[in-house]
Design a protein around this ligand. Sequence first.
Ligand SMILES: [Zn+2]
Length: 129
Amino acid sequence: MSREIGNRQKYDESRWFNHWHRAQHDDDAGGIDLDFVGCCRECWTPIYLVEATEQKRRKNAHVAEELGRLANVPVFVIYRDPTRSGEFLVDRRELPGKPRWLKESELWDALMALRREHFWTCLGQRAGG
Ligand SMILES: [Zn+2]
């Protein structure tokens, strides 16, 4: 079951820090927005990081890659081409090889596989979220 953003205006307003920070340092943001941190639904341990983009050239995701290395979690850079419906170009940065076009269901299966892998070490305690 998908979860929609209930109130788009409220969601956009909740990004106030991003907007404020950019306004203060418009020539040098000194930070990035990370698009998604995939977590275990039981203990909220981070399981993977996602940087999403619509740009066509290889995205510079150095900070996400470094965070992934420090946290020992995979980093996915996911490209969406608005002309190709139902699939994404997925670049799993810590692995060798070229990005692969995956159907939405294939991407979902890959992300859920990471959750299942975590299951065996999950402490099962909700730490927040
Ligand atoms: Zn867990």
